[in-house]
Ligand binder design. Structure first.
Ligand code: 9MR
Length: 385
């Protein structure tokens, strides 16, 4: 039975109206969004990027984002302030706190449904001049007072809004430093002032952070800490000591700053597992994979492939350990990478300066897509298990 003429006419008008609408409303008939790192992340794994709020997020307008901001919002469900929460930025004078950069990161995250990893509260680097100067004369009690005020103020300001905090960053020396792997009681002004019992200071740093934000998962964090080595052995012993002391230590972060000049330590998963067995969460907190470049400033095909493999191996270790909560890249584009400023190397991130996705990006995407909750069961981040 054919339709009455009026119904056919209505149908014809509706169809042409939809066509007209599609012509005037951009994206009305757009393809569905492509899968991205964030959309493919298994249920509760955070996929993050570092971002420098003071440099890249001030004046953010959600209706009119820069290309960088659009990608940051699309690809990641977690942000780490690359510099904005470090002492020199957030506490530039004894009685002055400057939250502008950190607030910009928090606001961007909120606007885009992202979570934030706090970084960092106790470190030997990027301390303001006043700390460097004053610390020369500190007693341990004076150092403790300064640190407690800082931790309470900064953690307290963002209480309930930061899911993980790197409380203590790079507190062990490296094998090749004078004295070998030992706590940085020389370079870290707080550990130095309390060198008689640095573990007691560390334990209290975690307690102060926990008091200021009981929900935050509190981490130790370091580089050269992916595999089982002298440094991670020292962290493993320290973690046990802190836990025995009742410190609210909840996590161990391997930064994941790799270079193709060196081999890859395949024991990363085993290392994560031993910290997980202590009841700790684990994370890859600052992943990037740099390399020496040719005279033309470009990597070769083999390097590009190897970079993808290394990024992916760190992710696989995380996916395979149930307690791994987050995998963060230390910036996603080469234009903003810290690497060329420090090393005669580059090409370290997952996208080029023009935001072209590298094989490393696609390797991560594929592993996330393949990861099922059944393969890597996870529990939401919580305190000690
Ligand atoms: O990426 C950060 C860079 O912009 C800073 O200039 C530098 C200062 O030391 O710190 C960089 O981030 C470091 C992070 O905070 C801790 N782990 C090593 C990172 C790379 O140096």
């Amino acid at each position: 039975m054919s339709q009455p003429t009026t119904m056919r006419r209505v149908a014809a008008i509706s169809a042409s109206a939809i066509t007209a609408l599609a012509l005037v409303v951009p994206g009305a008939q757009a393809d569905p969004p492509e899968p991205n790192l964030r959309s493919e992340a298994p249920r509760d794994l955070k996929i993050g990027s570092a971002v420098w709020g003071q440099r890249d997020l001030l004046g953010y307008d959600p209706k009119n984002p820069t290309e960088f901001q659009r990608i940051l919002a699309t690809e990641f469900n977690s942000l780490t302030p690359e510099n904005d929460m470090k002492w020199a930025e957030i506490h530039p004078e004894p009685d002055v706190y400057d939250f502008s950069g950190a607030d910009a990161v928090m606001a961007f995250a909120k606007a885009n449904g992202q979570e934030v990893r706090g970084h960092t509260l106790l470190w030997h680097s990027q301390n303001p001049q006043w700390v460097t100067t004053a610390s020369a004369g500190w007693t341990c009690d004076e150092a403790r007072d300064v640190l407690e005020d800082h931790i309470s103020t900064v953690v307290g300001r963002y209480a309930g809004e930061i899911y993980e905090w790197d409380v203590a960053n790079e507190i062990f020396q490296d094998d090749w430093d004078a004295g070998g792997v030992r706590l940085r009681t020389g370079a870290n002004p707080f550990l130095k002032a309390c060198a008689e019992d640095p573990v007691a200071l560390l334990s209290d740093a975690f307690k102060w952070a926990h008091e200021a934000d009981p929900e935050a998962v509190l981490f130790l964090n370091d580089y050269n800490a992916e595999g089982i080595n002298n440094k991670t052995d020292a962290y493993y012993a320290l973690a046990q000591e802190l836990l025995a002391d009742g410190a609210p230590l909840h996590g161990f972060g391997a930064q994941g700053h790799l270079s193709l000049q060196y081999g890859f330590d395949e024991s990363i998963q085993e290392n994560f597992e031993r910290f997980a067995d202590l009841g700790l969460k684990v994370s890859v907190t600052e992943a990037d994979v740099r390399m020496p470049l040719g005279e033309d400033g470009e990597p070769d095909a083999e390097q590009i492939a190897l970079q993808a493999e290394r990024y992916d191996k760190m992710l696989e270790a995380c996916l395979n350990v149930a307690s791994c909560t987050s995998y963060t890249v230390w910036g996603f584009d080469d234009a903003r990478s810290w690497v060329p400023g420090v090393f005669p190397e580059g090409y370290a991130t997952i996208m080029t300066e023009e935001y072209e996705k590298k094989p490393a990006y696609f390797a991560l995407l594929e592993s996330l897509t393949d990861a099922t909750p059944g393969k890597s069961p996870r529990t939401p981040p919580g305190l000690n298990g």
